[in-house]
Design a protein around this ligand. Structure first.
Ligand SMILES: Nc1ncnc2c1ncn2[C@@H]1O[C@H](COP(=O)(O)OP(=O)(O)OP(=O)(O)O)[C@@H](O)[C@H]1O
Length: 273
């Protein structure tokens, strides 16, 4: 389904992603972990074509999407929707309009510029909001919602594109543990119920273990682990994060009680959390 072949991205003298190859044969929930600067965001952004590859191929259903240009590139971008850590909503716009903006790549510019959405589009946006449990927020400004609700609006906007793949770049890094769980549950439900692939950069190990079918560990731009959550032992995690014996797994947890202050400071340094 998705095959990343020997993909490299160089920024100046820095190789952010170094000959990465990953093959995902079926829609699954795949997590990418690694310390800050490991190349996780760059990898996701190359799949979505927000960043170009320096070399290598990204094949989706046999076609190299890394080489697409113009309208074909935009069509691909709407098939692999992106969800960001900071939600990237239009804060002063109402929730329903934010969701409808997921159609921007698919509809003519002029009607969308004037918010002239069809009745069918509006009813679909409301259905998606209902499914995600936030239909009652549809007329509110996005900025009036909690972080967890805003991230669900961003997921609703992604779903409006009817994507084959959802790329989530640290989707819960700005959320408290309770909202983080709601957002992860939402992504997980979408993956299993709709059969869409979810590829998510995650900064906490417990989240990766709990939600992912498969975990990819990156270090210095390379894939250093690719396996199931069960194979992700503390020792393996240490190797991925390049951490010494001070590495305390609890300190990378989203749980409220995890870690001492010293652990937390160390985890922040390691994970950029
Ligand atoms: N647009 C850019 N220009 C220059 N260097 C960049 C750019 N984007 C990323 N880099 C560099 O590439 C490397 C990988 O960055 P990337 O953001 O992909 O890592 P990451 O694993 O996602 O880290 P984080 O968790 O902190 O976001 C870093 O050294 C970063 O400074």
């Amino acid at each position: 389904m998705l095959e990343i072949r020997e993909v490299t991205r160089v920024f100046g003298t820095r190789t952010a992603v170094d000959r990465v190859s990953i093959r995902i044969d079926r829609p699954a929930f795949v997590g990418v972990i690694g310390r800050s600067g490991a190349g996780k965001s760059t990898l996701l952004r190359m799949i979505n074509r927000l960043t170009d590859v320096s070399s290598g191929e990204i094949l989706f259903e046999g076609r190299d999407v890394a080489a697409l240009k113009g309208a074909e590139k935009r069509a691909w971008q709407s098939r692999c929707a992106m969800v960001f850590q900071q939600f990237n909503l239009v804060p002063r716009l109402d929730v329903a309009s934010n969701v409808l903006h997921g159609l921007l790549g698919r509809r003519a510019t002029l009607p969308t510029l004037f918010n002239l959405w069809s009745a069918a589009d509006i009813s679909r946006a409301l259905e998606i909001l209902d499914r995600l449990g936030i239909a009652d927020q549809a007329s509110k400004r996005a900025e009036a919602l909690s972080g967890g609700q805003q991230q669900r609006v961003a997921i609703a906007r992604a779903l409006m594109q009817d994507p084959a793949i959802i790329l989530a770049d640290e989707p819960i890094a700005s959320l408290d543990p309770m909202n983080a769980q709601v957002v992860m549950d939402t992504l997980h439900r979408i993956q299993t119920e709709d059969g869409r692939m979810v590829l998510a950069n995650l900064h906490t190990l417990d989240t990766a273990r709990r939600y992912c079918d498969r975990v990819i560990g990156m270090r210095d731009g390379r894939v250093v682990f690719d396996g199931t959550p069960a194979q992700l032992s503390t020792q393996v995690a240490r190797e991925i994060y390049g951490a010494d014996e001070r590495f305390d797994e609890a300190a990378t947890s989203t749980a409220l009680t995890a870690g001492t202050q010293a652990d937390d400071a160390y985890a922040t340094e390691m994970l950029g959390a």
